[in-house]
Design a protein around this ligand. Structure first.
Ligand SMILES: [Zn+2]
Ligand SMILES: [Zn+2]
Length: 344
């Protein structure tokens, strides 16, 4: 089969390899769509190395069709259409036991420890089947939507932590794929007003198209002024969908007393931010993080798409064949695309 093998930083090479053999309690799926995640180009460019080994096949946002079923597998059959929640929790560590399996101490993931979706076929390891990480897709969800359920599940995790609720005013910083997903999700959760802040004009247009009540160019307008104009006392919630260290201090000042701030995006390793701790202290601000998603978040994401609460499909801007994967990564790196799919 054809696979994009990552041999090292900036060495993603198309290689013809053996189709993976499966064990009795595993399945093999033909990959029908695999999306490029922001994490993937951090991995390819060598900025992220944790959990990565070489050579390997990355790609953790994927969907496919079952083409081989191990003897002992009862719950899947040939031809089943599947979606994959990539993070496989150990289900035993402290975090798993207290409901934080997304930060499991022994987590393994498809597209990291296990070979992922940038190939014609993917082996689903026994442990992923056992833990219910693979789901049969409802008929109303196509392979393309299924491939982008994972990042949406991560947004659900983030907004639950920041408690985005009906009637809230929400500021979302960044209108890349994740910022746009947060926008749709906040609306679906009943936010009364959502303001998107984004440097790139093309992305500001998308935010307006996808329902932002106001779109702001942070190079021209101050977010603190916008908060004063658009809300009585400040936003109920601010979500940072970009990891820009110098913004954190200001973002804390855009929310009202008792407001919530989600540092959703990761920051480049080693970055530190200067903040005024009294803003958090006197304003009783709740600051939360968000890392990855749980199997439950994945099911919730699937149900929201199934019942038409969000239209993720409109985020797909480019489709490439596996042979064009390096071109696809170039587009992903530029701010020109939104969600980019590889369709082997
Ligand atoms: Zn992802
Ligand atoms: Zn665990």
């Amino acid at each position: 089969m054809l696979a994009a093998i990552l041999y090292g930083p900036n060495r993603l090479e198309l290689t013809e390899i053996e189709r993976p053999a499966i064990g009795d309690d595993e399945i093999l799926a033909r990959v029908l769509a695999a999306a490029i995640c922001g994490t993937d180009f951090r991995i390819v460019s060598g900025k992220k190395t944790r959990g990565i080994h070489y050579p390997s096949i990355i790609g953790h946002e994927l969907s496919g069709e079952v083409v081989e079923v191990g003897k002992k597998v009862l719950e899947f059959k040939l031809g089943d259409r599947i979606g994959v929640a990539p993070i496989v929790p150990c289900r035993k560590c402290l975090y798993c036991r207290i409901g934080l399996e997304n930060v499991c101490a022994n987590r393994q993931a498809i597209g990291y420890e296990f070979d992922g979706g940038f190939a014609e076929y993917v082996r689903i390891p026994a442990v992923a089947l056992e833990s219910g990480n693979v789901v049969r897709l409802p008929d109303s969800i196509d392979f393309e939507e299924a491939a982008i359920l994972e990042p949406f599940a991560c947004c659900i995790n983030g907004q639950k932590k920041a408690n985005v609720s009906a009637g809230d005013t929400v500021l979302i910083i960044g209108a890349g794929p994740i910022g746009l997903m947060h926008l749709m999700l906040a609306k679906a959760r009943g936010a009364r007003k959502v303001v998107s802040s984004e440097l790139f004009e093309g992305r500001r247009r998308l935010a307006a198209k996808f329902g932002a009540d106001r779109v702001v160019d942070p190079a021209v307008e101050s977010l603190i002024d916008v908060a004063k104009e658009e809300t009585e006392m400040g936003f109920d919630v601010a979500i940072m969908a970009v990891g820009v260290k110098d913004l954190v201090g200001d973002v804390l000042k855009t929310v009202r007393k008792g407001g919530r701030v989600s540092l959703f995006a990761g920051f480049p390793e080693g970055d530190t931010s200067v903040i005024d701790p009294n803003v958090i202290h006197y304003n009783e601000i709740i600051v939360t993080g968000a890392s990855s998603s749980t199997r439950q978040n994945f099911i919730e994401a699937m149900q929201m798409v199934e019942y038409g609460m969000v239209n993720l499909k409109q985020l797909i801007s480019h489709r490439f064949s596996l042979r064009e994967i390096n071109k696809a990564f170039d587009v992903a790196k530029s701010a020109e695309g939104v969600k980019i799919l590889i369709e082997p």
